[in-house]
Each structure stands twice: as C-alpha cells, then as structure tokens.
Design a protein around this ligand. Structure first.
Ligand code: UD2
Ligand code: MN
Length: 254
C-alpha cells in the first residue's frame, strides 16, 4: 500500500479544514489517515504534540484528521476503550482507511517515519529515547500502532475491559497474532522518538486482572471489542487543530 507521488519530495501548500484536517493539494494521497489520541487532563502534552505533529504530517503529505478522545468522568481511565470510540466516531466523519492510535506524549523525530498503514499492523513506538532507542521486549505493542480499517475490524478493536494502567497493549498484540497477522516495525534508526515525561496520572492506577485477559485474548476477542462497545457522546467539537470527542464510557463497576 504505497503512497502516490505524495511522499516523494513534492512539497505543496496544504488544504486545511477546521477539526484538525489536513490534506495535500497537488497530489492524491492513497491513504486517508485518522489519528486517534486518548486523553484526559494532559493539556500541556496535547499542545506540544499538536505543535510538532501537524507540520510533520503536512511534510509527509498526509490526508489526515486528528481526533482527541476525552474520557469525561473521573472513573478509572480506559485508554483502550477510548481508542475504540475514536475509531467508531472518526469512521462516521470521513472515509478513513488507516487508523493510527497514539499516546499524547510521543513525538516522532524523523520525517522518514511515515504515519501510514502497512500490510500488517505496525508498531511505531519501537525506538524511544526513554528506552535508549531499543525495544525493551519483543512483543511490546504500546505507544503508537497503525491499523488499516480491515486489520482493526479483523481483531475486533481493543478490549474494552482494561480499566487503569497497563496490559491493554499486550492484549492487542495477542489479538493480532490470533487473527493470523504479524506485527511490522519501522527501522529503529528512522523511528527514533521522544517521550514527554510525566508521573502516573491520578485515576490511572495499574490495572488488576489483566494477565487473565491477556492470556485469553484469542478466545475473548470475538465478544469483547468493537462489537460490544457502549458509550455516550457528551460533545463532538471541531477545534482548529483537532476534533475533540468527549465521551462517557462508564466505569469498571458497570
Ligand atoms: C505505556 C504505553 C502506552 C500504554 C500504557 C499503559 C508505550 C510507549 N506506552 O505508556 O501506550 O500501553 O503504558 O496503559 O509503550 N492518558 C491521558 N490521561 C490520563 C491517563 C492517560 O491522557 O490521565 C493517555 C495519554 O494519551 C497517555 C496515554 O493515555 O499518553 C497512556 O498513558 P501513560 O502515558 O500514563 O502510560 P505510559 O507512559 O506508561
Ligand atoms: Mn506516557
């Protein structure tokens, strides 16, 4: 799934639309990319991310939209469920065919590291400064991952059951393998990225019960995911630099 001329050196002024939508003017991008960012109370990180990543995406001649999915209530954070909401809502906005799920605190450093989907699900956060630009373990699948629409539907999205920090990325990795796909990674010299430092957020304490869910991913993935997703939209607002979807996703008690 290569791009057309778009990423091959022809720089053109971009078209621009409210809601954080950019698109190249002089060439046609083959992929339409939604960037989904799970979010709560990280205003400074979001501003930094937007400041660096919009120009980056434009230089890559992306046809893209940025979706910040905010969990409204102060129940325990659920990153994975917010990703599923982002996928579902962005799909109603435009015919995106590539979805990039990204933490708000990872800044790519090299424009050759394309925000694009591949033949297989792609793990893009494989060369982070905080891990000395090495992969800490072979099955790491956190930080930033890119799925075509088809690939994401094949794994039924993320699990909705990971309340609190950790495990949801490992569970998604197991879904990918169970669905007969493998994980791709960019060359680590190109995918070098900076992580903005932070303490663990309140309301995102380490999850319990995750090992069981991770080990049973191949079995549970068919009933837990996009096909069991429930949420209520609180607001859907197009800001200049991003679309913000504020959502009530309930809590682990429900
Ligand atoms: C790691 C993973 C991350 C995820 C997490 C466990 C990497 C590089 N990152 O990141 O992808 O698997 O562990 O859940 O492998 N967030 C908020 N507000 C909150 C809490 C979280 O906005 O109160 C969002 C934000 O986009 C943040 C992301 O959730 O970047 C992940 O949370 P984290 O940054 O606390 O987790 P971290 O850095 O340990
Ligand atoms: Mn982080």
């Amino acid at each position: 799934m290569d791009d057309t001329d778009c990423t091959h050196g022809r720089f053109s002024p971009d078209n621009w639309q409210f809601g954080g939508r950019g698109m190249p003017q002089l060439c046609k991008a083959l992929q339409k990319i939604a960037l989904i960012i799970p979010y709560r109370n990280r205003d400074k990180h979001l501003k930094t991310w937007l400041h660096y990543m919009h120009p980056f995406l434009q230089k890559q001649q992306g046809d893209y939209g940025i979706y910040v999915v905010e969990q409204v209530e102060d129940s325990t954070f659920n990153r994975a469920k917010l990703m599923n909401v982002g996928f579902t809502e962005a799909s109603k906005d435009y015919h995106y065919d590539c979805f990039i799920f990204s933490d708000v605190d990872i800044i790519l450093m090299d424009e050759r590291n394309l925000y694009r989907c591949s033949q297989n699900p792609k793990h893009m956060a494989n060369s982070l400064d905080k891990f000395n630009f090495r992969l800490p373990y072979q099955t790491l699948f956190g930080g930033i991952v890119a799925f075509t629409k088809e690939q994401f539907l094949k794994v039924n999205g993320f699990s909705n059951l990971f309340w609190g920090w950790g495990g949801e990325d490992d569970e998604l990795y197991n879904r990918v393998v169970a669905a007969g796909m493998k994980v791709e990674r960019p060359n680590p010299n190109i995918s070098r990225s900076r992580v903005l430092t932070h303490p663990r957020d309140p309301g995102n304490e380490e999850t319990r019960m995750s090992l069981h869910l991770i080990n049973k991913a191949a079995q549970f993935m068919h009933e837990d995911g996009l096909n069991s997703l429930k949420y209520e939209i609180v607001s859907h607002t197009k800001h200049k630099l991003f679309t913000k979807i504020t959502v009530n996703i309930g809590s682990s008690q429900q």
